[in-house]
Design a protein around this ligand. Structure first.
Ligand code: PGA
Length: 268
């Protein structure tokens, strides 16, 4: 299996995406153990395992190189490896930051941007996300941009508004290049979150798909994933929502068995 060119709008685009960010968890050894379990599961299933599904994993920056190396075992080069953020400049006096070329050098093919934890705790703005999308694409990596409303914004009936504003900033920066979107309602994410019900996901994803269409994109160029307390039990329901092209998962996929279970469901 060949590694697809992540940023290209390839004709053989996957029909579904399933990925996980490990956030600030896992040592290098733990990351490699996870990767080896995934490789072993893929080998058990053989050629064509999870056909049509694009798996991706977003380790902490410290583990990108080791995880990428572990996943380049024969048969699994199709798992994309990503970074959790990147600076918009290529190099310079930006203490503590990592640039897209540096992340690519470590083995990253994809860069997650605009996660709500970064928007909330690290003052990430749509303007910065747009600059970062441009930087990621300039170097031929794939941007994955998270969008989502807070509980307060949802209660005020502003979900679609908020999410479309965030998505438009990213898509304008991406132009006609591929940019993956993940709808991640803030109230659904993490320990205190609750997995959104399909009927809660549907209207927002429909609005995102509408925006993608208005901007001349397509589900292939701008797939829309759902994320936020995804469970193996709830995944099928959300995958059946029209316009949902995959899953972006935290805790459930931090054990390789959970990730494999989600890949199995997505491939059905
Ligand atoms: P969670 O994280 O699945 O642990 O809620 C999701 C995310 O933040 O992308």
């Amino acid at each position: 299996m060949e590694t697809p060119s992540p940023a290209a709008d390839a004709a053989d685009a996957p029909s579904r995406w399933v990925g996980t960010s490990w956030k600030m968890t896992k040592t290098r050894a733990e990351g490699v153990a996870w990767a080896r379990s995934l490789v072993a599961a893929a080998e058990r299933l053989g050629e064509g395992a999870w056909a049509g599904v694009q798996p991706f994993v977003v380790p902490p920056a410290t583990a990108i190189a080791d995880v990428a190396a572990a996943l380049r075992a024969p048969g699994t080069s199709w798992v994309l490896v990503g970074a959790q953020d990147a600076h918009w400049e290529d190099a310079g006096a930006w203490t503590g930051e990592l640039s897209v070329p540096q992340l690519a050098d470590a083995g990253a093919q994809l860069v997650e941007l605009g996660h709500s934890e970064r928007r909330e705790h690290f003052a990430e703005t749509d303007e910065r996300v747009a600059l970062k999308v441009a930087a990621v694409l300039r170097h031929g990596l794939l941007p994955l941009v998270c969008v989502g409303e807070t509980a307060q914004q949802r209660d005020a009936g502003r979900s679609v508004d908020v999410v479309l504003t965030q998505a438009r900033a990213a898509l304008d920066a991406a132009g006609d290049q591929r940019c993956v979107l993940a709808y991640e309602p803030v109230w659904a994410i993490g320990e205190r979150g609750r997995e959104a019900r399909p009927e809660e996901v549907a209207p927002v994803v429909a609005a995102l798909a509408g925006l993608v269409g208005d901007l001349g994109g397509s589900a292939r160029r701008n797939p829309v994933l759902y994320g936020g307390s995804v469970t193996v039990e709830g995944a099928t329901g959300v995958l059946e929502v029209p316009g949902v092209d995959g899953l972006f998962v935290g805790r459930t996929a931090w054990r390789a068995e959970g990730f494999v279970a989600l890949l199995d469901l997505a491939a059905r």
